[in-house]
Ligand binder design. Sequence first.
Ligand code: G3P
Length: 218
Amino acid sequence: MKFFIDTANLNEIREANDLGVLDGVTTNPSLMAKEGITGESNIKKHYVDICNIVDGDVSAEVIATDVAGMIKEGTELAALHENIVVKIPMIKDGIKAIKHFSNEGIRTNCTLIFSPGQALLAAKAGATYISPFLGRLDDVSTDGLNLIHEIRTIYDNYMFDTEILAASVRHPMHIIDCAKIGADVMTGPLSAIMALANHPLTDIGLQKFLADYAKGNK
Ligand code: G3P
């Protein structure tokens, strides 16, 4: 299972990368805005900065919503660095753009996936990754993990190469459940990744080991 971090914050990206388990980064326009990164040239520079930290796939999202605009923007983003994956929204023109990039050998991440049908269509178009937003489905009282299950079944039935990138992950149990289902990738906040390491019995056990060592080695 690949671990991506879902942020545009360079310090958080460095911290996750330093852990040695980071396989990539996802961003979106909201995450860029949250870090105060605005303007085309600043945004592009920020993508390059991220690529220079992490040796893995970095999703860079297009803003255009028409096929010609998405192709122009996506081509420019892909040229920034070999690790860039062009992130395209699941809309009609987005499907056409994904097909174009697939033919050109440019990798894509189809974002804003909320149904199995959308995931099927994106795979048919040749998306490298699809991003089902499980947390946002949970937010509206719909089982987000069930969507990951359904997509896994469909992709396995037909041996699609498209990777399921579970997105909108909010906490460590989302990560564990996605791993049980067989999502290829998860992208989540640093807090969820770090929380996987915690267990009170680990802390208690370590304290006892150290105390016992200290007693015998005075
Ligand atoms: O990768 C998609 C993700 O950024 C959405 O997460 O928490 O805003 O639903 P969230």
